[in-house]
Write a protein that binds this ligand. Sequence first.
Ligand SMILES: Cc1cc2nc3c(=O)[nH]c(=O)nc-3n(C[C@H](O)[C@H](O)[C@H](O)COP(=O)(O)OP(=O)(O)OC[C@H]3O[C@@H](n4cnc5c(N)ncnc54)[C@H](O)[C@@H]3O)c2cc1C
Length: 387
Amino acid sequence: CHGSEGPMPVRRRQTGPVPALQQAFHAACVQAGFGTTQDKNGLHPAGLGVTPSNNIEGVRMSTAMTHLNPVRHYLNLTVRGGVFARKIVIEDGKAVGVEAESGGKVFQVEADRVVLSAGAIRSPQLLMLSGIGPEDHLRQFGIPVVRDLPGIGQHLMNHLSAQMTFKVKDGISLAADRDAVHFALHYTAPESSAANDMVLRSSTIVDERQEHIAGVRTKYLSGDVPPERAARISCTLGLPDGSGYVRLASADPSVQPSFNYQYLQHPNDVRRVREGLRLAVKLFASDAYKDVADFRIHPADDILANDDALDLWIRQTVGTARHVSGTCKMGPDADPMAVVDQYCRVKGVKGLWVADASVMPRIPRSVGAHATVIMIGERVVDWVTAG
Ligand SMILES: Cc1cc2nc3c(=O)[nH]c(=O)nc-3n(C[C@H](O)[C@H](O)[C@H](O)COP(=O)(O)OP(=O)(O)OC[C@H]3O[C@@H](n4cnc5c(N)ncnc54)[C@H](O)[C@@H]3O)c2cc1C
């Protein structure tokens, strides 16, 4: 089901001692009847297992390191930083280059083939700025329509998480070894048609990673518990049914597009997160936690007991991942919202591919998008080379 000799090193952190909180989470899941799995990337990822990682001795392996570095010396490869793509130049239905800006100068780069990899927010923006997208929306911004593709910018997905927090007993260390195990539980929500659509994980509130926006992790902790003594079980909606959108905010390429995840608007999404949070609370109430935790902080009992109150609490506290995807989704011609074909070629425009997370018809349920994006890139290289 997957190889082991590709350029991206993957490992399962399991050399260090298992932190007490991870032991408790593992024991609680096993007591609740969940099975275990050796390979979360394998054919049978269901159940409790160690989260795979490409963090090698504290360094996350990026594709710049694993894929680009080995070929940087190629004479037919030029990589330029600080160049901002403004739009794709299209003539007679064929991509013939890119309009770009660097050092205050706007210029055109000519090309036989153009591969767009600006990510799931910027790729649809660039397509729309180039006249490819929902016709009405383009006209609204005075952009001449090259190709009406209503799916561009639609179907935006990203993982959301809700969390149950608790006070860790004094004396229990929350500082984990860099190589320490992190477990994740993949399970199928009751009445779900897709397997392993939900993920529970346990983590501390404060860890060695610096917050990108100060206070985000701790803002929903209230009361007397300092963040350093709190931990959580988070419930992630691995396969959402609902989706959002990316839209232009301006015809000016330097103006960021607007987007909305439209989280928790699909009834099946709210239901699964509500039930997932209650499952987390049930795991926490088991014997497995009695030596490591004092009490639950959030959600409070009265909120937990009432569906409407819990749904509101989830909406107020929900967190997001960084797995934006789906805004130029792959699909058959029968699907009017499909943007690229099975070779990632933009429908109705010659010489133009999209190779990034935007082509994903569904967000990967593994609760990470990086490996899938790399796979897409590697596949598109073959298809572009083949013409
Ligand atoms: C903080 C963080 C942590 C993450 N952690 C994980 C994780 O642990 N596991 C996991 O699986 N995934 C993780 N992800 C998600 C993963 O990084 C993304 O899914 C993946 O990088 C998406 O790849 P992409 O090619 O679609 O877009 P990107 O990686 O965003 O690449 C798009 C590139 O296009 C460039 N670009 C955009 N617009 C223009 C323009 N107009 N001109 C020129 N260049 C442009 C951008 O600068 C960027 O370099 C994380 C993401 C973030 C932000």
